[in-house]
Design a protein around this ligand. Structure first.
Ligand SMILES: NC(=O)c1ccc[n+]([C@@H]2O[C@H](COP(=O)([O-])OP(=O)(O)OC[C@H]3O[C@@H](n4cnc5c(N)ncnc54)[C@H](OP(=O)(O)O)[C@@H]3O)[C@@H](O)[C@H]2O)c1
Length: 305
């Protein structure tokens, strides 16, 4: 029998791409409070994970061998405004799902590069977390709930971009649109990260799950770039002008919470575990541009398939 993989947040950016990548080989069940928008038929259960009864019924009725938990309160400002909701959604819901998994099941938690203090380049899995934001603290709480609730687990800390359903355009889509329309944008030259295209993240997560490794892994690209450099590279990958991009400082942005300035990750552990080197920033951006306007099923989500 094909093992059942339950993907939460399957209506969102990462969850939808994971569902599309796994559907040809696994019995995929997607769940989200929004409808399924992919072009591949999957089993889909619409509901709110904030409803404990829904979570319990979902876990009993689908009895998954693997849960990939992508749903979360991802809006950093919203988390600052409502910490109780952030901890309930990113922490408590994670624990409820993890504890409901049948013995021997694998729980995969997708978490953030924002769990570190963010003042030193290329954080490794050995570093002690010290999140600055409510979002980061609530995601760290989710990591602990995962470790406590599910003996067999993977915790994947990452940062990615891609094409959404269009319901909630991603930062990558926003930037591409600004380049295509030459709308003026200011991009930080003092904020650094190691972004992955969502297709690159999906192929790494699937390889990691199938490899049998367990524990914490960082999943980032090979290049530590500023937001400004990322914009310049996106323009080059898209053959668009970067004349509309102005460099700016995070210090002038007036964010509600003090945000980390260096969220770059060292992903050497993941590369060694799955035998797949971290991709360059330009590699990912070329795939992002090539996948523009394509249906989910046509995107390159699994290496060699
Ligand atoms: N994007 C990044 O660069 C990044 C970086 C680090 C970590 N992550 C983590 O990766 C995961 C996936 O991120 P993503 O960018 O794919 O997010 P996304 O596009 O917002 O997808 C998450 C999906 O889950 C849904 N959801 C949220 N709360 C729910 C609830 N209570 N019940 C049912 N569905 C719910 C969301 O609906 P709504 O849109 O209505 O909330 C959305 O459809 C998240 O856990 C995030 O913390 C993302």
């Amino acid at each position: 029998m094909t093992p059942t993989v339950l993907i939460t947040g399957a209506g969102g950016l990462l969850g939808a791409h994971l569902a599309a990548a796994l559907a040809p080989e696994y019995d995929v069940v997607g769940t989200d409070r929004h409808p399924w928008w992919g072009d591949l038929p999957i089993r889909f259960v619409q509901g709110d994970l904030g409803d404990a009864g829904f979570v319990d019924r979902l876990m009993v009725e689908t009895a998954p061998a693997t849960v990939i938990h992508c749903a979360g309160l991802v809006n950093v400002d919203r988390c600052e405004e409502d910490p109780a909701l952030a901890f309930a959604m990113n922490g408590a819901v994670t624990g409820r799902l993890a504890r409901a998994l049948k013995p021997g099941g694998l729980f995969v938690y997708v978490t953030t590069d924002g769990i570190f203090r963010g003042d030193t380049p290329l954080a490794s899995e050995a570093w002690l977390p010290c999140p600055r934001t409510v979002y980061g603290r609530s995601k760290l709480h989710g990591e602990w709930e995962t470790q406590l609730g599910a003996p067999e687990h993977l915790i994947v800390r990452t940062n990615f971009y891609g094409w959404s359903s269009g319901r909630k355009p991603t930062a990558g889509e926003w930037l591409y649109t600004a380049l295509a329309t030459q709308a003026p944008v200011t991009l930080f030259d003092d904020f650094f990260f190691t972004p992955l295209y969502v297709g690159e993240l999906v192929e790494r997560m699937v390889a990691l799950i199938e490899s049998g490794h367990r524990g914490i892994f960082h999943a980032g690209g090979a290049d530590r770039v500023s937001k400004h450099e990322f914009g310049i590279q996106m323009a080059a990958a898209s053959s668009l002008s970067a004349a509309n991009i102005t460099p700016g400082s995070m210090d002038a942005a007036g964010f509600r919470a003090t945000r980390p300035k260096d969220m770059s990750l060292d992903s050497a552990r993941l590369a060694a575990a799955i035998g797949l080197a971290s991709p360059s920033c330009m590699d990912g951006l070329r795939r992002f541009v090539a996948d523009r306007g394509t249906p989910l099923s046509a995107r390159s989500l699994r290496r060699g398939r």
